[in-house]
Design a protein around this ligand. Structure first.
Ligand code: FAD
Length: 461
């Protein structure tokens, strides 16, 4: 489909926009290159115009123009998603929301914020009031809060507070619809699920409310063990004992060569637990690590960590682990694995034996639906698409793990979310022309095909 870009720009009435090749290239991608499969599929795709609204009135003007011109629209925050969520599969307009960044109001236990605010700035603002976010991705520095809610799932803090989708973590979401006369819809309670992890396919999130918790001056620390099994069991102990931590991540010794800043703090002959531990719990943390034959390699506040030239512990877990490895060796890709509950560390030992040098392991302690949930984001030596899917099938069928496939662009195939009729119904309301991030929801495409064939049947009857 073609559209009249010049007429579209003229209707924007001075709203900032760019269409030079460099700008389009920079704003058409995310971290999909973690997957050689997605890289092949997405690397050359480009949007045709980047629009950068400065406030919600401008967002509404752009939404109306998009609907009038029936042009595809891809929303973008920090652009740190891993599955090409920000890639405009069908060209069109890219809306960069990073200027919509006001922290509107912080009260006890709650913050109201605009969607484009960077998570680091938001968390720092909360900290000034003695509070902090319940969770953030390891991309805290670059990612926006709207992008996290629309594209992410959980991360640092999930050990203590569960995943984004767990009740109460997000209190409300305000969404602008894409129609000639855009509406603002407020979703609360369970309705928030309609847009959470929906990849910007059903409404432009402009504002949201999040729960806050009293802040803690977390100690960034690592405990080293002689054996991954010992490290993992220590992390499980800490979680089961309810030790007050914001992060517990087990990283096996083969990653040490990639953690270049840590040198002796993470030597190649030891397996590590990177953690953020409440100051009052450090004695218990250290005593139990030592009782199990481990030792504390460092324990510092965040300013001390920076001063020592190390990275904060939250950049040592979740998908930052993959990034550390990819910076050194581009032959890796990764998988996202959820373990069956209750977690059995012996299964990990069997997996490490089975895959040898083809997979390097790290495990994330989290909580989901009120229960302990262990995830892994292991490195996988990339051989071919077929081999990747053979390993996925084996992990699912032999081990009973659930894989959230990071090598696909659609929400449903990536897991974490089923697109059900309620969500499709909401998309019809928020994006009646199907312009938002087209190609990212199979549920919508299938629904359109179904309706199309029904209406054709009607015509012939
Ligand atoms: P973007 O990538 O810009 O957007 C993500 C999706 O949301 C896109 O589909 C976009 O269209 C949509 N979107 C953006 N803004 C809006 C809006 N206002 N309204 C509606 N839709 C919108 N994710 C985790 O969940 N946990 C982790 O621990 C984690 N660690 C990561 C580590 C690394 C090194 C990398 C590269 C990625 C990681 N991610 C993680 C993925 C990603 O960083 C996060 O999900 C992040 O929060 C996305 O925010 P963003 O602003 O970059 O979103």
């Amino acid at each position: 489909q073609t559209w009249d870009k010049e007429a579209f720009k003229a209707e924007l009435g001075g709203i900032r926009c760019h269409d030079d090749e460099k700008y389009l290239e920079a704003r058409s991608g995310d971290y999909f290159w973690y997957s050689p499969i997605l890289n092949e599929q997405l690397k050359d795709l480009r949007g045709e115009l980047v629009v950068i609204p400065q406030n919600r009135e401008e967002v509404i003007l752009v939404a109306a123009a998009v609907a009038r011109h029936k042009v595809p629209l891809t929303l973008r925050g920090g652009g740190t998603g891993n599955y090409g969520q920000c890639v405009p599969l069908e060209g069109g307009v890219i809306m960069d929301l990073t200027r919509l960044a006001d922290v509107i109001e912080i009260t006890e236990g709650h913050v109201r914020v605009e969607a484009g605010a960077r998570i680091s700035r938001l968390d720092d603002a909360a900290r000034e009031t003695g509070q902090e976010l319940l969770m953030y991705p390891s991309t805290r520095q670059m990612a926006t809060i709207g992008g996290f809610v629309a594209g992410g799932s959980g991360g640092i803090g999930s050990l203590r507070h569960g995943m984004l989708r767990d009740p109460g973590n997000v209190s409300y979401v305000k969404v602008v619809t894409v129609e000639p006369e855009p509406q603002i819809i407020t979703l609360e309670g369970d309705d928030i699920q309609k847009v959470q992890h929906a990849y910007g396919t059903n409404g432009i999130v402009i504002e949201l409310g999040l729960a806050l918790t009293p802040s803690t001056d977390w100690i960034h620390t690592a405990a080293l063990f002689d054996g991954y099994d010992a490290a993992l069991r220590f992390a499980c102990w800490a979680q089961e004992e309810g030790l007050d931590c914001y992060l517990l991540t087990a990283v096996e010794r083969r990653f040490a060569a990639y953690y270049t800043k840590f040198r002796d703090h993470f030597p190649e002959d030891r397996d590590a637990i990177f953690a953020m531990v409440a100051p009052g719990e450090m004695t218990r943390f250290q005593a139990e690590a030592e009782r199990r034959g481990g030792r504390i390699s460092f324990a510092m506040t965040k300013p001390e960590i920076r001063e020592a030239g190390l990275q904060p512990a939250y950049e040592c877990g979740w998908n930052h682990t993959t990034l550390q490895a990819l910076k050194v060796d581009k032959g890796w890709t990764y998988l996202q694995v959820a373990y069956p509950r209750p977690f059995d560390p012996d299964l990990v030992t069997r997996q490490m034996d089975r895959y040898g040098d083809a997979m390097f392991w790290h495990h994330e302690m989290a909580r989901m639906e009120g229960e302990i949930q262990i995830f892994a984001l292991p490195l996988l030596r990339f051989r071919s698409k077929e081999e990747t899917y053979r390993v996925i099938a084996e992990l699912e069928e032999t081990d009973g793990c659930t894989i959230f496939d990071p090598h696909v662009v659609t929400i449903e195939d990536g897991g974490m979310k089923e697109i059900d009729d309620t969500q499709i119904a909401f998309k019809k309301q928020a994006d009646p022309y199907g312009l938002m991030n087209p190609g990212k929801t199979r549920g919508w495409t299938d629904d359109m095909v179904r309706n199309d064939s029904t209406s054709h049947q009607g015509e012939t009857a």
